[in-house]
Design a protein around this ligand. Structure first.
Ligand SMILES: Nc1ncnc2c1ncn2[C@@H]1O[C@H](COP(=O)(O)OP(=O)(O)OP(=O)(O)O)[C@@H](O)[C@H]1O
Length: 276
């Protein structure tokens, strides 16, 4: 099976410092993947390598089997990318930029364009240099998603959106991905948003992939216990915290009846424990 995106033993250094350290991961077709990590963990660098914008020191990046740095025009057209900040081309007006970019694709605007344009609610005549940070982010999202890409890469897409825009964006993205079996990779620090829609969580720290977990495994097999139980019960410790609580993996339905001190814990709490 051709994976929409495959990273194999990816390494990248800057000035002798390891920024990506032996990262291997593949994105399954139709999956929504969260890319989490503290500031400087290497998320944007990983995305840059994935898009062929940065050259890794070693390792391979394949997009539907093609080398990321030599993608065919057809494959490029199947990718939508929302960068962390939208820069350049700010002398255009909103509609002018959309028309200009459409000309390269020779493709009419489709139903997706209408949906995302309605969400963004931008004045087509507004000059881009006069847009606020959040409005520019809306425009970057519209530009990336309006041609119904099969692979969507989003680097901090919601950082400057207001709560309503963020809420509606997450709902619309989820609907789009499900309707079209799109594959998505989303980097964001707003974990509660990602928890609503992602089916896999990749956690980076200091250039390494330290966590790779499906939403299903998180809900079924992972628990936070107030104290480590006397008997190990076949549980694996994933993280122990200064307050004595532990995150464990290997939870089974029969353990529910044991009255073990299970604490509430969402993905954000787990992320904090893992990256502490
Ligand atoms: N061109 C560069 N030259 C030198 N160091 C760089 C360069 N680009 C990134 N780095 C360093 O690589 C590390 C990872 O940066 P990256 O932008 O990938 O992190 P990130 O996980 O996306 O962080 P954030 O959450 O803050 O956006 C950082 O320490 C950064 O300073």
């Amino acid at each position: 099976m051709l994976h929409p995106a495959l990273l194999d033993r990816l390494c990248k250094t800057y000035d002798g410092r390891k920024i990506l350290d032996d990262i291997s991961v593949s994105l399954a077709p139709g999956s929504i993947n969260a890319l989490l990590g503290p500031n400087g963990a290497g998320k944007t660098t990983l995305i840059g390598c994935l898009l062929g914008l940065l050259v890794p020191d070693s390792g391979a990046v394949r997009i539907w089997g093609e080398n990321a740095d030599k993608l065919s025009p057809e494959t490029r057209c199947r990718i939508g990318f929302v960068p962390q900040t939208m820069t350049g081309l700010t002398w255009f007006r909103v509609q002018e930029l959309k028309d200009y970019l459409s000309a390269f694709r020779n493709q009419p605007d489709g139903a997706e364009d209408r949906r995302w344009a309605d969400w963004a609610a931008l004045d087509p005549k507004a000059r881009i240099s006069t847009l606020s940070g959040g409005e520019r982010q809306r425009l970057a999202i519209v530009l990336a998603l309006r041609f119904s890409p099969d692979l969507i890469i989003l680097d901090e897409p919601v950082a400057s959106l207001d709560p309503m825009a963020r809420h509606d964006f997450i709902a619309l993205l989820s609907e789009t991905v499900q309707r079209r079996e799109t594959t998505a990779l989303i980097s964001s620090h707003i974990i509660s948003d990602l928890e609503r829609i992602c089916d896999r969580f990749l956690v980076m720290k200091k250039g390494r992939l330290i966590g790779d977990l499906s939403a299903e495994v998180f809900a079924g097999e992972i628990r936070r216990l107030a104290i480590w139980p006397d008997t190990a019960l076949g549980l694996e410790v994933l993280a122990d915290l200064p307050d004595g609580s532990v995150w464990v993996r290997g939870w089974r339905p029969e353990l529910d009846a044991r009255n073990l001190p299970v604490l509430a814990g969402d993905m954000e709490a787990y992320f904090l424990a893992l990256t502490r």
